[in-house]
Design a protein around this ligand. Structure first.
Ligand code: UDP
Ligand code: MG
Length: 316
């Protein structure tokens, strides 16, 4: 099979028939053998009925339905596991991405040696409240990940060599940073393709303003994962120990000062009247807290997390 198109969807009933028909036109025109995997991320509207109807019309369509909404990353992960095509293409369900880009994406993977081709919505149709933070995210991701040729990490339209999707796990909110996951998995030929981007035709965006908070947390984990995720103690431990020792040092110093003043018979202030005393308490407390945080993180990272706890309701 040439191409698997993976489409994560959440409440997209109006867009699906148009999208499936458009993909079919492109596939037929180019003689691609293909499948369309629609992953219903727990939609509350009639999306799943629509997927079932589309499957009856077109044998190339298949569907997976989650029992509830687990997020775009989980949906992509399931689609990746099911995909059989040599080239896997992901696309949003809302008609903002254009299936007309598929032949070029395919060619880059198949004939030009790319492992991953990420769409670049150079001219995008989203509100400024979204495009400005996105620009900041993209430049931060560029510098933290070392993938300096991408402008748009989070574009829903991407193409992958099959090996790539079988080697990575998209968890948490990591769909925003899939090129980084690919790089970590050792795939270095990561390219970009300028793609058409349309305004959302039906419905509204499925991500609230919370997207930026989640995106920020994952950006932090991208930064730390490379260095510390497997050994969080290496990060928290030294900070904790430094702070703790500083507190102990100040305390000992205060005690010595007191002992010497007693020995010399000079006047001495109560320890609790010394601002330094409080500083030492704070340093000891912060130090032990940091150390404990590292300890907990260490336990969690050693015992695995619940990255892929999602439940599938139906497969068609
Ligand atoms: N989506 C999903 N699960 C979610 C949220 C979104 O599968 O919890 C899908 C959504 O249906 C769409 C794609 O992810 O196909 C991108 O979502 P959306 O268009 O809302 O994001 P935006 O274009 O605003 O970035
Ligand atoms: Mg969209």
């Amino acid at each position: 099979m040439d191409i698997s198109v993976v489409i994560p969807l959440y409440n997209e009933e109006e867009s699906l028939p148009e999208l499936a028909a458009w993909i079919k036109r492109v596939m037929d025109a180019n003689n691609f053998s293909y499948e369309i995997i629609m992953v219903d991320d727990g939609s509350k509207d009639r999306s799943w009925e629509v997927v079932q109807a589309l499957k009856r019309e077109n044998e190339h369509v298949s569907g997976v339905r989650f029992r509830r909404n687990y997020g775009k990353s989980a949906a992509l992960n399931v689609g990746f596991a099911a995909a059989q095509g040599d080239v896997v293409i992901t696309m949003d369900a809302d008609l903002q991405d254009s299936p007309d880009e598929i032949p070029e994406l395919y060619d880059r993977i198949k004939n030009q040696g790319a492992d991953l081709v990420s769409g670049w919505k150079k001219k995008r149709y989203d509100p400024l409240t979204k495009t400005i933070p996105t620009k900041l995210f993209n430049s931060a991701t560029r510098s933290m990940s070392g993938i300096d040729n991408l402008h748009d990490f989070n574009c829903g339209l991407k193409a992958y060599k099959k090996d790539v999707v079988k080697s990575i796990e998209v968890y948490g909110e990591m769909h925003r940073y899939i090129p980084v996951l690919a790089k970590w998995a050792g795939f270095n030929n990561i390219q970009e393709q300028v793609v058409q981007h349309y305004p959302r035709k039906y419905g509204t965006t499925k991500f609230g303003p919370g997207r930026f908070v989640k995106g920020f947390l994952d950006l932090m984990s991208i930064f730390f994962v490379g260095k510390f995720a497997k050994r969080p103690m290496h990060f928290f431990g030294p900070l904790g120990v430094i702070s703790f020792l500083l507190g102990i040092f100040i305390t000992i110093w205060l005690i010595c000062e007191k002992l010497m003043s007693i020995a010399n018979g000079t006047e001495y202030r109560n320890v609790t009247d010394q601002p330094l005393f409080y500083l030492s308490l704070v340093a000891i407390l912060i130090g032990s807290q940091l150390f404990l945080t590292g300890f907990v993180a260490e336990l969690v990272s050693r015992n695995g997390s619940d990255r892929n706890k999602y439940h599938i309701d139906q497969v068609i």
